[in-house]
Structure formats: C-alpha cells, structure tokens
Design a binder for this molecule. Structure first.
Ligand SMILES: [Fe+2]
Length: 271
C-alpha cells in the first residue's frame, strides 16, 4: 500500500494580505502541520497548483520556507494563478519537461504518477483563468503514458477537463479538455485528480474516474446557476490522502479544524 498526500489551491499571498478575510499562508501551515502529524509516513505530497494567488516571488518564497524539513518529498504543480518564471526563480531545481513545463513522472513499482502543467501562457491575458494542455504537453503526456508499461497510471491536472455543473468554474476549465479526456480513456488511466474548483467532488468522464479536493484556503460554492467564477466561502481547510494498492485507488478528503480559520460570511474572490 502506498500513501500519498495532496493539497490543491494554496493561494499563498504576500505577507499581510488576506483572501475573503482568510490568512491563506497560516491556513496552509496549519493544514501541512496536521498532515505531517497524522500522515508523516506518506511517500509524497503533491501540490496541485494555484500555489500562490498572484504568481509573485515573495509568495513562492513563503511557500518554500513552509516546505522545509518535511518527512516526504514534494511534487509541485502549477495552476492559473501561478507564473512559471517567478516559480522557477524560487524553485530553481523543480523538475520540468524539455519545453520548460512543470510536468513530471513519479514512479512506483505498481503505479505511474503523471503530474501536468495546465497553466495557459505566457502570455497571461488579464482575467484569463482557463487551462490548456497544448500539443507539446499532450505529446509529453502520451509518451509518459506509453512508459507506464502495465502499471496503473494516475494523472494529476490542476484544471478539470470536464464540466462539474458549477457554471462559473465550468467556464474556466481546461480548454482542450475533450482531447485530453479522449487520450486518458484510450490509455485506460486508473484515476484523474484535479483541483481548481476548491470543492471535493467525484465522478467519471468517458470511463475515466476522477476526484477533486477542497483547498487549504478558501472553498468554492455549490452554486449550479451563477456564472460568477469568483464565488468563495470560508469553510474548513482540507487535504487529500490517497491509498494505492495494485488494483485499487482510495481517496480520502480530510478537513482540518484550526483556530486560524476565522468564520466569515460567503464572500467573493477569484479561485
Ligand atoms: Fe484556485
């Protein structure tokens, strides 16, 4: 059995800045401390994008400081709020593919983990938050899938390639999602994990089972008619615990209750 941890949509800000009144850095520190305390035996922690809220160097520095001295390796991914150049300025040794995208393969005897970079840019048009897996990244993914050699493949993508029914977020999903899903279905991918929505949701698309998790920071709102993609609410932070065996994937979502989680009314911020 292999245990993995996931955290998505950290949205770390520069010091002194909050999101809907929440100190996202303090929430991440508390969530991480709870995960280390209860699951220090995990094989890796996958950070599934939107590491920072503004894609700025000071926020990546805060993240790097928080990740020091962990009992497990960290696999970073990028989301729509990240910026590759600022990320590499701080995480200079982070794995990247031949085109400079933050994508990597993590091998286990019975499982092949593939983490993707769905950040659409540069350039980064203002208020553009959809994701993209361009031709170069798709070709890299296909090569990674071919290298799995009979092992179960688990794919991690910040942006979901499918609709969730949360209208505002569906408008900023992965732009080339249908082709991506076709590829995953063709290779009988064992499970797809996504972030971006800031909610725990499970389902399947074209036969591919998927799971997404809440955030250590602000959460998404289950509003199935509002086209606003910036609806956020203060609910407890959370992380994911994945239990992998040769023929099974179990995904837990664990809420964290902390005194830095100050209750507030539903408010608005871009997620
Ligand atoms: Fe986010």
């Amino acid at each position: 059995m292999i245990k993995l941890l996931t955290m998505t949509d950290l949205h770390i800000t520069p010091e002194g800045e909050t999101i809907i009144g929440l100190d996202t850095f303090a929430l991440f520190e508390s969530t991480l401390a709870a995960a280390v305390r209860d699951h220090g035996d995990a094989k890796a922690l996958i950070l599934m994008g939107d590491l920072t809220h503004h894609g700025d160097v000071p926020s990546y520095r805060r993240l790097a400081a928080a990740l020091r001295d962990l009992p497990f390796p960290v696999v970073p991914m990028l989301g729509n709020h990240d910026r590759r150049s600022a990320f590499f300025e701080v995480f200079a040794d982070a794995p990247r593919d031949a085109h400079g995208f933050v994508q990597q393969i993590v091998d286990f005897p019975d499982h092949c983990l593939i983490t993707l970079d769905t950040l659409d840019g540069p350039p980064y048009p203002d208020k553009h938050h959809s994701g993209r897996l361009c031709a170069d990244r798709t070709a890299w993914l296909e090569q990674a899938l071919n290298g799995a050699e009979g092992r179960m493949t688990l794919v991690f993508s910040h942006h979901p390639p499918f609709d969730t029914g949360i209208v505002g977020m569906d408008m900023i999903k992965m732009i080339d999602g249908p082709d991506f899903l076709d590829l995953l279905a063709r290779y009988s991918v064992g499970h797809l994990f996504c972030g971006h929505i800031h909610r725990t949701i499970t389902g399947s698309s074209r036969g591919v089972p998927w799971t997404m998790f809440k955030s250590p920071a602000h959460q998404g709102v289950l509003d199935l008619s509002n086209p606003d993609s910036s609806l956020s609410v203060d609910e407890p932070p959370a992380y994911g615990v994945l239990m992998l065996s040769k023929d099974q994937v179990v995904a837990h979502s664990q809420d964290v209750f902390t005194d830095v989680c100050v209750m507030a009314d539903a408010a608005s911020t871009l997620i």
